[in-house]
Ligand binder design. Structure first.
Ligand code: ADP
Ligand code: MG
Length: 232
């Protein structure tokens, strides 16, 4: 693995489905993300962006190739080690928030910390909710929160374990434009102050342009794309 890359993907292949419905999705993906930088991933619907993000997050295992994240080879880990590693090193944000509806905002943020064995999980969770401006909503349930507020809770939950890597899959896809912009500002702000590595999947070219680097997924492979900043 090349020094300085927090994410390093080599020749990853992945077929989803079995037998007659098997579809090759990733066909030799190479990808490197330098430590502390942001990468935007664009590409048409169904091109495999979410699948690639799941591979980076250790939620989907490739059929072949290697995936290094934060100095660890995910492809060589047991399921248990991968789960533990994921909890501490990787934060994931989804388009549909994925909050637990029967838990308050505070509980949603605290529970993963408790599962990781932290005794002051509640304090950390409250601090993280405060950081996304949601302390006054700590005891509200997801159904009592707007979409933007729910995504803030999801961001607080993802940030709370202080992961080296943040992965976001169309995090503004269910939000109006102004709210989406606030969410993106929040994510880039957190990335800068915490020196995280951020991978952002979006079909919004303008959002992708805010990343340091940009790639496009096409025909199961990843291609570097010139950003407008680089073209100037
Ligand atoms: P994107 O995020 O770029 O829209 P996805 O990664 O979600 O694309 O999906 C890539 C392709 O994989 C799509 O054509 C989708 O239909 C297909 N796909 C996703 N999950 C499965 C599965 N379990 N079995 C077969 N095909 C799948
Ligand atoms: Mg997707």
């Amino acid at each position: 693995m090349t020094h300085g890359n927090t994410i390093d993907v080599r020749d990853v292949h992945l077929t989803l489905g079995r037998g007659p419905v098997a579809v090759p999705i990733l066909k030799g993906v190479d990808l490197a993300v330098r430590e502390g930088t942001s990468l935007g991933i664009v590409g048409p619907s169904g091109s495999g962006k979410s699948t690639l993000l799941m591979v980076l997050g250790g939620l989907e295992r490739p059929d072949s190739g290697t995936v290094h994240v934060a100095g660890q080879e995910l492809t060589a880990m047991s399921e248990d080690r991968l789960t533990a590693f994921r909890g501490g090193a990787i934060g994931i944000i989804f388009q549909s928030f994925h909050l637990i509806p029967t838990m308050t905002a505070l509980e949603n943020v605290a529970v993963p910390l408790e599962l990781a064995g932290l005794r002051d999980a509640g304090d950390i969770a409250l601090h993280e909710l405060d950081a996304v401006g949601l302390k006054p909503r700590a005891h509200h349930y997801p159904s009592q929160l707007s979409g933007g507020e729910q995504q803030r809770v999801a961001i607080a939950r993802a940030l709370a374990p202080k992961p080296a890597v943040m992965l976001a899959d169309e995090p503004t896809g269910n939000l109006d434009e102004a709210t989406g912009r606030d969410i993106i500002d929040l994510m880039f702000g957190a990335q800068a102050t915490r020196r995280q590595t951020l991978v952002l999947v979006t079909h919004d070219r303008r959002l992708a342009e805010r990343c340091d680097d940009l790639v496009r997924v096409r025909d199961g492979q990843v291609f570097a794309e010139e950003t407008m900043a680089a073209a100037r």
